[in-house]
Design a protein around this ligand. Structure first.
Ligand SMILES: [Zn+2]
Length: 347
């Protein structure tokens, strides 16, 4: 690998300073890179001043611009997540840019009652998913490419929205071996959307548990923890991942391979494809990097130590997610080996 992979899927802007306008005074809490992003963000924020009323979250409040690139893949990812979530789960992602028309239409309506989800099947090209009284989570595609390397997606502290860094998407797809020089197969935009869907599910986990900042102490890998329900997990990042795998497992258990809509929108079908995307990342990494020394006889557990910020290594996380969704004895053995090997490196 030419770079240290990391699961750059969550950054929460921590807040300091003025308590009455904590969001607009947001600054980076962590003392690690990207410094350029932190400095630029601080500058942008100081220029905007602090509003007395709290406007809706938008990238402009953080001195960031919305991006055009990545809209279609992000729209597809949002549609897949919304179609896969349990029918009684009120939190739903809402794009903040015009629909492309390539995917089912997402209808959001407010009737002042309880949440309901239904399929719209009588409007031809405008068929789609209707969400009544949803807990809407706006998703913003932001143009942060000039600000240096930041996470692929994050929930700004105290907000109920998700920012996706459009400039980081290609890197994300490379990390999942969906594009770039290490790609092992053909992958289309649907596969990329599945990868982004995993990221969005993780962010929904942060929102579901009302995580106030996703930067805690680095998580240590604990094999005995991976079968715990998300609500019983303390580490925010491990918990958000577990939330994602629980949503995938619930969708798989629905056995709904097809939906009333045209296209791959059955809940179990989406779950199956998301597992495939996760397994592609994990298996391609194993094949390319050969951590267990299958090809060269040299074991390299340290490749799972390369991590970013407070996150566990991407490929360790993918192995865990794959095991949580579709357990296998072979993967469990790899995880057992890794747990021992990584502990050994701490000594
Ligand atoms: Zn996270």
């Amino acid at each position: 690998m030419s770079h240290a992979p990391s699961f750059r899927i969550s950054r929460t802007l921590a807040t300091t300073g003025h308590p009455a306008c904590r969001d607009c005074c947001a600054t980076e809490r962590i003392g690690r890179p990207p410094w350029r992003f932190a400095a630029a963000l601080a500058l942008a924020l100081s220029a905007t001043g602090c509003a007395t009323e709290r406007p809706p979250a938008s990238p402009a409040r953080y001195g960031l611009a919305q991006a055009v690139i990545g809209r279609e893949i992000a729209e597809e990812a949002i549609t897949l997540v919304n179609a896969m979530l349990p029918p009684d789960f009120s939190m739903r992602l809402r794009p903040t840019w015009p629909a492309s028309g390539y995917f089912p239409t997402l209808y959001f309506e407010n009737e002042g009652g309880s949440f309901a989800m239904s399929y719209v099947t009588d409007r031809g090209f405008d068929n789609g998913l209707r969400f009544v009284d949803a807990d809407e989570i706006p998703v913003y595609l932001i143009d942060a490419s000039h600000l240096g390397r930041i996470e692929t997606a994050f929930v700004p502290n105290g907000e109920r929205c998700v920012f996706v860094n459009a400039g980081s998407l290609d890197r994300l797809f490379e990390d999942f071996f969906m594009m770039g020089k290490h790609v092992l197969g053909q992958h289309n935009s649907f596969d990329k959307a599945l990868v982004l869907a995993v990221v969005l599910l993780h962010e929904l986990g942060h929102l579901h548990f009302e995580d106030d900042g996703s930067y805690g102490p680095p998580a240590a890998f604990a094999l005995e923890e991976i079968d715990r329900p998300s609500r019983a997990i303390a580490n925010k990042e491990v918990r958000a991942d577990r939330f994602a795998s629980e949503m995938v497992n619930a969708a798989w258990a629905s056995q709904q391979m097809k939906s009333p809509l045209d296209g791959p929108y059955g809940r179990a079908g989406i779950a199956s494809n998301i597992f495939r995307a996760i397994a592609t990342g994990a298996n391609s990494h194993d094949f390319t990097v050969d951590p267990q020394g299958v090809f060269d006889g040299v074991r390299k557990p340290y490749v799972f130590r390369q991590s970013g910020y407070s996150h566990l290594n991407l490929y360790l996380r993918l192995l865990v997610l794959a095991q949580q969704i579709n357990p296998s004895e072979e993967r469990l053995n790899e995880l057992r080996w890794l747990e021992l090997a990584l502990k050994g490196e701490h000594r």
